[in-house]
Design a protein around this ligand. Structure first.
Ligand SMILES: Nc1ncnc2c1ncn2[C@@H]1O[C@H](COP(=O)(O)OP(=O)(O)O)[C@@H](O)[C@H]1O
Ligand SMILES: [Mg+2]
Length: 253
């Protein structure tokens, strides 16, 4: 694995009262790979996404994107530096079409300051529409772009969120349990979607429970338990790691 760290966590902590949700986590995400983040419920996975995206401040430690320290930055600034995410639970607006969801995500990014809500020039607007179209096509949603997103099947709703996230053309995409609630066919499609997104040159960090997804697409896997990193390696290495089997995989058998 070549070593051009895109994202670096250095001794990151997050405490909620007395609970260390993320406990002295150091991590390097190299450009161009697909990383899996796994661990039992409550291990701190979603909290890590919330720290990276600036939803929560770190209790201590730092998070760098390239050489930029993200820790003092607001979420919209971090998004504009090239980090997009999806959420563990679907977050869609009932009145909005699929197409609008993808465009709205971009409008947020193209805003340079609060108050500049409609600053998009025509040329810029056309580029954004082209990106939105590409995102919808990659996710196989172009045909349903005019439908209200909430009326789509569950698996497609999750894809709308992924389309919204990649339309912003991020360097790093964070997916929080994208296969949750998907049936087998939808999960198969998700695997190919993740590969296509990777082919665009986007680095991916995916939290996932479904081992077929994790083992199927990830180059590198990080395992958490009680906020701590207990293992890291290739899918093959993780499959054979005793501590991982005990803490996590064993429980699923
Ligand atoms: N906003 C919060 N306030 C208090 N505790 C939280 C908050 N968010 C998460 N936690 C706690 O932090 C721990 C890690 O949660 P989370 O990151 O959601 O785990 P995971 O995504 O791995 O299931 C859990 O014990 C959870 O209850
Ligand atoms: Mg979670």
């Amino acid at each position: 694995m070549k070593d051009t760290p895109l994202l670096t966590l250095k001794g990151t902590y997050k405490k909620f009262g007395g609970l260390s949700a993320v406990d002295n986590l150091s991590l390097k995400i190299s450009e161009g790979y697909i990383y899996g983040l796994i661990g039992p419920n409550g291990a701190g996975k979603t909290t890590i996404f919330n720290l990276i995206t600036g939803v929560y401040p770190c209790t201590s430690g730092s998070i760098l994107l390239d050489d930029v320290d993200l820790t003092p930055l607001k979420p919209y600034r971090i998004a504009r530096l090239g980090i997009s995410r999806t959420f563990q639970t679907i977050r869609l607006f009932p009145s909005m079409s699929t197409w609008e969801h993808v465009l709205i995500g971009q409008n947020f990014l193209s805003r340079s300051r609060i108050g500049e809500i409609f600053p998009i020039r025509r040329t810029q607007g056309l580029a954004l529409r082209a990106q939105a179209e590409e995102a919808l096509r990659i996710l196989g949603l172009w045909e349903v772009r005019d439908r209200k997103a909430v009326t789509l099947p569950y698996g497609s709703q999750r894809k709308v969120e992924i389309a919204r996230a990649i339309a912003a053309q991020p360097k790093l995409l964070l997916l929080d349990e994208p296969s949750a609630g998907m049936n087998i066919r939808e999960t198969e499609e998700l695997l190919s979607v993740i590969s296509k997104i990777h082919d665009l040159g986007i680095t991916i960090l995916v939290i996932e429970h479904d081992m077929r997804v994790v083992m199927g697409v990830c180059d590198h896997i990080v395992v958490l338990n009680f906020g701590r990193k207990i293992a890291e390696g290739t899918p093959m290495e993780i499959r054979q790691n005793e501590e991982v089997l005990e803490a996590y995989l064993g429980k699923e058998e």
